[in-house]
Design a protein around this ligand. Sequence first.
Ligand SMILES: [Fe+2]
Length: 390
Amino acid sequence: MIAPFTFSGLPRIIFGRGTISELPALTGSFGKNVLLITGIKSFNTSSAFEKFKETLNLKKAKFYHVSFSGEPTPQIVDEIYQEYSAKSIHVVVSIGGGSVIDAGKAVSAMMAETGSVTDFLEGIGTKKISGCKAPFIAVPTTAGTGSEATKNAVLSIVGEQGYKKSLRHDNFVPDVALIDPELALTCPKEITAACGLDAISQLIESFTSTKSNPITDSLAINGLFFAFNSFKPLMKGSLDDVRMREMMAYSSLVSGITLAQAGLGTVHGIAGPLGGFFHIPHGVACGSLLPGVMKRIVAALKKTDEKAIVGKIAKIGRVIENHPDKSDIYHCDLVVETLEEYIELSGLSRLGFYGISAEHIEKIVDASDNKNSPVQFSKEEMIDIIRERL
Ligand SMILES: [Fe+2]
């Protein structure tokens, strides 16, 4: 039986090596007034950026450039949109990691609104966002969040009263997602690891989500195939191998598509508050939690008769390494073992490095949830999941 589902829009996807050269013409197709948002490093000093600016100048485009560092806050979004909303911006272009893309997505949405973006954030604001926006082009330079294909922008305030909340509307899926895997070639191992583990978390959580559907299932398992074939080589030193970058960039894109449709699970349900209370990169939070969450999902399922979801997790295991003579449970355990190996290979710091200690766990768990996980964990189980990564 196929349960009823909806599948909302996708961006126009332009994927492949060298496609960054198409960006000036693409940008021009929306109009002459361009607002470009980037991070403060990497792309700003690249030859691709120089070429992009040159071409826009040749086309006599009016070109405004804003850059920022860290994760986007409501204040950053407000400052950018308030400064540029009167300049008849025809298109907003974000070139950078997930934070930069989320900022651009929120700025493009706020071009049609007044007030603060905080007023429209889920769980925080009381106003309803209209869904009108300036056209938006997303160009990821890392492979992880999949934000180039999602309909939400995550904004955060970090600290005691911190939060990570979404500005969401079906119309906020970027108009164009331009993914050039060559842009990620200079991404260092630590960021590659965190982003890659975020993409893998998103693919696994959307595939096992209680809201998955046959389309997201096909896409997620395909995304996982490419992620499993590239993550290990990248961690073992193939950072400058464009074929590996290509596979991970594709996995990330697909993870954005599937999470936007099927939602996520406990890993993201805990990673949200973790990122609100502490300065911990989203991918590090997800990667750190993923093995512990999957270990407990598999352990819980072994005690039940939930054959469908066991079969799905086993399918992930068979993508890693198919043993036709072995059982579904064998392949479920293989998933957990592989994720534990990945976190070791990644060399990511433990949660304690980001200032998280035992005394904080209860507060984090109180703000966490299981989202669409096939197994709903108790507060005590969530405490254990966090504690073992301190
Ligand atoms: Fe994520």
